[in-house]
Design a protein around this ligand. Structure first.
Ligand code: NAD
Ligand code: UDX
Length: 443
């Protein structure tokens, strides 16, 4: 089938590349010429495991192309995915300007039937606004071309985006139109061959499903983070509690890890947008409001622990930070807990040396100007002469590091384990002062 993906970010590029992998002919459009230049040079502008191979293979096969040429992109696809950003605006609600601009650019140029697919995370009712925007542009041209609007929210996780897209738990399709549903069934049939994972529903329920899913997952994390605070006080170990409750199939093991707080481009903004949208309807989302507040607080927990150990004035102190991306296997630092931690430690007078396996260019872009922060070429280099090590992102390479080396490089063997990667008993045996999250027994 002929597909156009508008927006070549984490969602648009993965969608375009994975659909090309199944034999579709895909054109990816972006308004950012730098991204398109990188893609046309055989590279990808983001770090996403497995993506580069798929992109190169499908470009070579002539099934995947990248362009800034809107006419060409609109002309190409029968199925037009809109996968542009929906960042929060000043009051927290989703800013739809990019989605609606994409819709308008389709309406201005289309010359035949299109299935317009909202892939971005958008509030309930957006499909109607997309339809209205396209109709308005068609009317300006005196055209009455037929088109459909479908909601197809994306559930991929960064760092596992290709795998999530290729083997989806479910594919949600919101549609009130038989023909468009048929197109979506055909497009996704290679992904649902063994087990029909497509759930078709009305447009509004599909749009809502995406927000409800992210809100539920964020809730689990904030819940566990609060349980961890309490566990620490009462001398229980949240890691054992996690296993204990996860074994109940009604609860399950996923997304129960206490840590330095959730970040990323989705949970924080989608939780905010849902709270805001509900307020407009006169429905205060009390649970979700608490989820958000708890997370804001949680991002500062490691700093609280540093302050308890070293005092509130940190001038003259120097700390090593491992991990800056909001989670492992990505270079994305949007809403990363590391950003809050860096800012707060610097504000208290500390100097910092940080390392991340892939997010260093992004860290340079976002934090490069801070005088007190040194971005280091290796994990070992960051340790040199530090008063303590803070583990913020649980990259695999930090799981079983050279503990002797850490001890030799630090001024004193103090570690703050923001992702519960190291067993308290082991750390004690190795002679570390080890501060973790919710591991009361280690106190
Ligand atoms: P992103 O910021 O990485 O990429 C968006 C891209 O769209 C940018 O490259 C931008 O230049 C481009 N763009 C903006 N306006 C355009 C236009 N009019 N025409 C062409 N290109 C345009 O965003 P993302 O992380 O891929 O997220 C996209 C959407 O998908 C958001 O709504 C997000 O909430 C949702 N989502 C993201 C994830 C994720 O893990 N990142 C997962 C599921 C859903
Ligand atoms: C999320 C959703 O999982 C995905 O379905 C949606 O499409 C986009 O948003 P993503 O933001 O890429 O994906 O990463 P995710 O793995 O969900 O992690 C989000 C944040 O939660 C990270 O900061 C992570 O460290 C944190 N997290 C996750 C926890 O603190 N504990 C957990 O148990 C799981």
């Amino acid at each position: 089938m002929k597909v156009t993906a508008i927006g070549t970010g984490y969602v648009g590029l993965v969608t375009g590349a994975c659909l090309a992998e199944m034999g579709n002919h895909v054109v990816c459009l972006d308004v950012n010429p730098e991204k398109i230049r990188i893609l046309n040079e055989g590279q990808i502008p983001i770090h996403e495991p497995g993506l580069l191979d798929i992109v190169r293979r499908n470009v070579a096969a002539g099934r995947l192309q990248f362009t800034t040429d809107i006419d060409r992109a609109v002309n190409h696809g029968t199925i037009m995915f809109i996968g542009v950003g929906t960042p929060p605006d000043e009051d927290g609600s989703a800013d739809l300007q990019y989605v609606l601009a994409a819709a308008r650019s389709i309406g201005q140029r289309m010359t035949d039937y299109k299935v317009i697919v909202d892939k971005s995370t958008v509030p309930v009712g957006t499909a109607d606004r997309v339809r209205a925007a396209v109709e308005e542009e068609l009317a300006k041209r005196g055209s009455n071309l037929n088109f459909s609007v479908v909601s197809n929210p994306e559930f991929l996780k960064e760092g596992a985006a290709v795998e999530d897209f290729m083997k989806p738990d479910r594919i949600i399709v919101g549609s009130d139109d038989e023909q468009a549903t048929l197109f979506m069934r055909a497009l996704y049939s290679p992904f649902t061959r063994n087990h029909d994972r497509m759930i078709v529903m009305d447009l509004r329920s599909a749009e809502f499903t995406k927000y409800a899913a992210n809100a539920m997952l964020a809730t689990r994390i904030s819940f566990m983070n609060e349980m961890a605070l309490l566990a620490e006080k009462v001398g229980a170990d949240i890691e054992l509690v996690r296993r204990g409750i996860g074994s109940d199939p009604r609860i399950g093991y996923s997304f129960l890890y206490a840590g330095a707080g959730y970040g990323g481009s989705c949970f924080p903004k989608d939780v905010k947008a849902l709270i805001r949208a509900a307020e407009d309807e006169g429905i205060p989302l009390r649970v979700l409001t608490a989820v958000e507040q708890a997370n804001e607080r949680q991002k500062l927990l490691l700093v609280d622990k540093v302050v308890s150990r070293f005092g509130s004035d940190l001038s003259g102190r120097h700390f090593a930070l491992w991990g800056l991306a909001f989670k492992p296997n990505t270079d994305d630092m949007r809403e990363a807990p590391a950003l809050v931690i860096v800012q707060e430690l610097l504000r208290r007078g500390a100097t910092l040396a940080a390392y991340d396996p892939v997010a260093m260019p992004e860290a340079q872009r976002l934090l490069g100007d801070h005088g007190g922060l040194q971005l280091c070429p290796s994990a070992e280099a960051a340790l040199e002469g530090a008063d303590a090590l803070l583990l913020i992102t649980e990259w695999k390479e930090f799981r079983t590091p050279d503990f002797d080396g850490i001890k030799r490089s630090l001024k004193q063997p103090v570690v703050f384990d923001g992702r519960n990667q190291w067993e308290p008993a082991l750390m004690k045996t190795l002679g570390f002062e080890h501060f973790a999250i919710g591991r009361g027994l280690s106190l």
